[in-house]
Design a protein around this ligand. Structure first.
Ligand SMILES: Nc1ncnc2c1ncn2[C@@H]1O[C@H](COP(=O)(O)OP(=O)(O)OP(=O)(O)O)[C@@H](O)[C@H]1O
Ligand SMILES: [Mg+2]
Ligand SMILES: [Zn+2]
Length: 548
């Protein structure tokens, strides 16, 4: 009969148990010194050895040579315990199904009788946090004044749910999630025993899948063997477990370094078309950024990353092209995204927004850097369109008006992103509005906001923008060049001037915009568009929060 690997390879001695050294050493010493407590609490993540160690402990206590830290493994008692739950004096109780007061009363009765054959009566209570509070009270009496032959071992994943009255009468051991490399080695050994061929890469995928739980990793191994046979291939195993390789995740960081929003949307589309679970993906994405930060800070040889050596090297290479700040910001956004996706009815939209936000977060940094280099003083920046060098702008030579060139320009080289042929805006306010709505269309809300508070004039092939210092963050000559191209205007030089607020306030007359225009702007905003898509709403009123 086929036995699942986790059961077949359940450790029978302390030495077989992977990790948990602090638990093993302390328990061994206690047994050797015959200082055995009546109550133990084993707590910690699922599948890390709590029940396993409880059974080993029972063997140590009840072996015919016991109590001993090295049970013989062949006496009746040892054999019974290793078969699981069948020993006369080792009683396993699953509190998930026997949690009530009646079971505990029965248990209390049972406790009063001496062991039938062995030294101790060992009660292993699994999922102990599930015991009801009345039942705990019944148990408490026993644990307060236990007969000398009784040992309770309460196993739980949620130690905080054990009442303090009980906990204070027990010795507490916490089981840690199992170290990645140890887990890989354990599985390598098991595969050897089973005659399965598996390389480090494949084993790493399985170890990652378990997230520190040995049982979960071993179940994944079972699944992989059932599916792939005697030779495990990393790619197949990944596909089987729905895991994302670093290749899939690397496309996200590629899009980030290229600031490529279009690519982000393509990635989401691809995931969706391949039927990937987007929640799962967002979790992997968080883990990916976390690993990148760790690789960046601790280097590729760190044991803090649960990944194969080749994967760690690759992570380190990718991490090197971002700053720690960038990566921290991305991780934060990925975690927000993960949280949002837990409850989302529209995971695709959330994922899209989340990934686009990441690209935008990268842009914001550039602006911050630009501002830092400006310093606090009012400054004047002149940026010329390429190929003119921006450091030495040509003298403002009166040239043809930009709008005279308009038709020629379009005939010779149509701007690809152009919307409509432009009619020249006649006054300054019109220029400002035109730039503003184009910026909104181009999804550059920060620049749009800054323009709205700026004074704009266009003359002799030059666009002069005077911006109050507090909005300097939002203004970049490059972005304005983009707008000019977007509007299919002929090339213009951009002259940016930043001034102090008071002076600016005098210079600026608030743009007169009709309610209609405001609504149009709001409708052009991509976030608003998403909301409308999601909820099918209409825009009724638009309020400026800064003013109200
Ligand atoms: N530390 C470990 N070393 C070796 N194998 C382990 C270890 N922990 C768990 N295993 C493997 O996982 C299986 C399940 O372990 P065990 O039942 O002890 O987990 P647990 O901590 O009691 O989990 P749960 O909280 O889900 O009850 C074991 O049969 C064994 O194969
Ligand atoms: Mg258990
Ligand atoms: Zn024995």
């Amino acid at each position: 009969m086929y036995q699942v690997i986790a059961r077949k390879y359940r450790p029978q001695t302390f030495d077989d148990v992977v990790n948990q050294d602090h638990v093993k050493v302390t328990l061994k010493n206690a047994i050797e010194q015959k200082r055995i407590a009546h109550g133990y609490i084993f707590s910690g993540q699922r599948g890390t050895g709590k029940t396993t160690v409880a059974r080993i402990m029972a063997r140590c206590l009840n072996c015919i040579n016991g109590p001993t830290a090295n049970p013989c493994g062949v006496c009746a008692s040892c054999l019974e315990v290793s078969n699981g739950g069948g020993a006369v004096d080792v009683i396993e109780i699953d509190a998930a199904s026997n949690r009530g007061i009646n079971e505990m009363r029965e248990l209390r009765e049972n406790v009063r009788y001496r062991p039938a054959r062995d030294n101790f009566k060992v009660f292993i209570v699994d999922e102990a946090h599930q015991i009801t509070s009345e039942a705990f009270n019944a148990l408490l009496k026993t644990i307060e004044e236990p007969p000398e032959w009784v040992v309770f071992i309460l196993c739980t994943t949620e130690a905080h749910k054990i009442p303090a009255t009980i906990a204070s009468r027990c010795q507490h051991f916490s089981f840690r999630s199992v170290d990645f490399n140890d887990l890989v080695e354990r599985m390598r050994w098991i595969c050897e025993q089973e005659g399965i061929e598996a390389d480090t890469e494949a084993l790493s995928v399985l170890a990652q899948a378990g997230e520190g739980s040995v049982r979960d990793s071993l179940s994944a191994l079972d699944q992989a063997i059932a599916c792939c046979g005697a030779k495990l291939d990393a790619a197949e195993v990944r596909a089987l477990l729905g895991a994302f390789g670093i290749e899939a995740l690397a496309s996200i960081t590629d899009a980030l370094s290229g600031q490529d929003q279009g690519k982000m949307l393509e990635i989401v589309d691809e995931l969706e078309r391949n039927g990937q679970n987007l929640q799962h993906f967002s979790r992997e994405l968080s883990r990916y950024f976390r690993n990148l930060i760790v690789a960046r800070i601790s280097g590729e040889d760190t044991r803090l990353i649960a990944a194969s050596p080749s994967e760690r090297a690759r992570l380190a290479r990718i991490a090197a092209s971002f700053s720690e700040d960038d990566l921290t910001r991305y991780l934060q956004l990925a975690l927000d995204l993960f949280r949002d996706l837990q409850f989302s009815l529209q995971p695709r939209f959330h994922l899209e927004i989340g990934l686009l936000k990441m690209v935008q977060a990268g842009r914001l940094v550039e602006v911050e850097e630009a501002l830092a280099s400006l310093g606090g003083k009012p400054v004047k920046v002149v940026a010329a369109p390429k190929p003119q060098p921006s450091t030495a702008p040509p003298p403002a030579r009166p040239g043809p008006s930009p709008f005279e060139l308009d038709s020629q320009k379009k005939a010779s080289k149509p701007a690809p992103e152009a919307v409509l042929p432009s009619a020249p805006p006649s006054g300054d306010a019109e220029w400002r509005d035109k730039l503003h709505s184009a910026l909104m269309q181009l999804d550059m809300p920060f620049t749009a906001d800054a323009i709205e508070h700026s004074q704009v004039s266009a003359e002799a092939g030059e666009l002069a923008v005077f911006t109050p210092k507090e909005f300097a963050l939002g203004i970049k000559a490059d972005d304005l060049q983009k707008v000019i191209r977007h509007l299919a205007l002929p090339p213009m030089r951009i002259k940016l001037t930043f001034g102090d607020v008071a002076a600016a306030a005098q210079n600026i007359t608030k743009p007169k915009v009709t309610e209609d225009q405001i609504t149009q702007r709001a409708l052009a905003n991509p976030e608003v568009q998403r909301f409308r898509e999601l909820f099918g709403g209409e825009v009724r009123t638009v309020r400026n929060l800064k003013e109200s």
